[in-house]
Design a protein around this ligand. Structure first.
Ligand code: ADP
Length: 419
């Protein structure tokens, strides 16, 4: 009897052990398959946690590990796309290269500069990627070999670049450089603006100094000389008055120009009745029209032609053009103004039969202080800023100016404003 029980127990134990061995084998197989998947980058895989003891713990730990890896990989992916988005939105060209000068990453601006548009740039030699821009490449490599933060400016034809190369080190104090970040900024426009600004400052200083020197000279002469006769004294005082007026006009023009530039489109605009504004301006110039015996003609299709603009600046624009037409027209000449509109545009033109503008100067007359004949402009009270002011006002209203001119025949300034 006991023998039978023992045999039964042994048989049962064998079956149980066999079953356990079978399920252990299939569990280990499952674990093996799961590891394979992880190795291939699938971190979503899970294994059963049903075993008790160490094996169950191993299953649990495996699942915890894959969950952790999955979370970290997703965070890294998010960071990577953030970094790519940031790089893409940077207007400068950014290139990261490793110590062997292979490209690690580059943004769109860099691809454009180097004219390299293949998607697989990673790991390629920088020299190969930048082969179309030899001088830029040589300049960057020169900075790269310094192995410390370095910068320079490079002028290539009409384009100017500012180049910064920053070495990459794993730790701040490391001597070993593992690569570099190259940052290329197109500073062409910046340099142009800086040149315009410094030219403007030099011109303003000169223009202010000339009348001041003259005023100073005449005041000194009047003060130090008691014997000046009354007629000469009055002549000197007239010059001082004229020079002071010139200074005031110049300062007013500088202020208007800096107001327009400083405020761009931010000054208040309102509905301006253009024909009324033109009539107002014509009243203001009636004296000089009479003085030169000019025949003035204002032609407008209807009374109510409106434009959204700044009324003061619109007045300034009309006055500057009409004033020029009178200043540069002949005695007994004519000045014709025309105002019309269609569905899209309002067109305003000022025409004279004056001295005209040489074709080589037409493109430059809108520059600050540019005058075809400086002496003549000064004689007729010009500041050289009138057309620069006109141009800025027109551009701020998204309009355009055309000039038609012929020497000794006259000039026509045509301005088109979109409605
Ligand atoms: P200015 O104060 O000298 O008149 P502007 O900026 O108004 O300065 O004009 C620039 C230059 O353009 C003038 O000096 C002049 O040489 C030329 N100019 C402008 N308008 C006319 C015109 N209607 N006829 C001939 N030349 C003109």
């Amino acid at each position: 009897m006991i023998m039978n029980i023992l045999v039964f127990l042994l048989a049962a134990a064998t079956i149980l052990i066999g079953q356990y061995a079978l399920s252990l084998r299939s569990y280990l197989k499952e674990l093996g398959r799961a590891y394979d998947k992880v190795a291939k980058g699938d971190y979503t895989v899970k294994v059963k946690e049903s075993f008790s003891g160490d094996l169950g713990k191993a299953g649990k730990n495996f699942n915890l590990m894959t969950k952790d890896i999955y979370r970290n990989v997703e965070t890294l992916k998010d960071r990577n796309s953030e970094l790519r988005a940031i790089l893409k939105s940077i207007s400068n060209a950014i290139i990261a290269i490793d110590k062997d000068q292979n490209v690690l990453l580059m943004n769109k601006t860099a691809k454009n500069i180097f004219n390299y548009h293949e998607p697989d740039y990673e790991g390629k030699p920088f020299e190969m990627i930048a082969k179309d821009r030899k001088s830029l490449l040589l300049c960057i490599l020169d900075l790269f070999h310094k192995r410390e933060r370095a910068k320079t400016q490079l002028h290539l034809g009409n384009i100017a670049y500012k180049i910064n190369v920053d070495p990459i080190r794993l730790n701040d104090n490391d001597k070993i450089v593992i690569g570099a970040i190259v940052n290329i900024e197109d500073i062409t426009e910046k340099i142009k603006l800086e040149t315009i600004r410094s030219d403007f400052v030099a011109n303003v200083t000169h223009e202010l100094k000339t009348p001041l020197t003259s005023i100073n000279g005449f005041v000194e002469t009047l003060k130090s000389n008691d014997e000046i006769d009354n007629e000469t004294r009055i002549k000197f005082l007239d010059i001082i008055e004229a020079e002071s007026n010139r200074l005031k006009t110049l300062i007013d023009d500088i202020l208007i120009l800096s107001f327009i530039e400083g405020n761009k489109n931010h000054y208040p605009n309102e509905k301006v009745n253009l024909s009324e504004t033109i009539k107002e301006c014509l009243n203001l110039v009636s004296e000089s029209v009479k003085d030169k015996n000019i025949s003035l003609d204002f032609n407008f299709v209807k009374d109510d032609i409106y434009l959204r603009a700044n009324p003061e600046l619109m007045k300034q624009l009309i006055l500057n053009l009409v004033d020029n037409a009178i200043k540069y027209s002949k005695e007994e000449g004519f000045v014709k103004l025309n105002l019309e509109e269609d569905e899209k545009n309002v067109t305003f033109s000022v025409e004279d039969d004056g001295i005209g503008i040489p074709s080589g100067d037409v493109d430059r007359i809108f520059e600050r202080f540019y005058r075809v004949d400086k002496a003549r402009s000064k004689k007729v009270g010009g500041t050289g800023l009138g057309l620069a002011i006109v141009k800025h006002i027109v551009l701020n209203l998204n309009g355009n100016i055309k000039v038609q001119s012929e020497i000794d025949k006259g000039s026509k300034f045509i301005i088109e404003f979109p409605k």
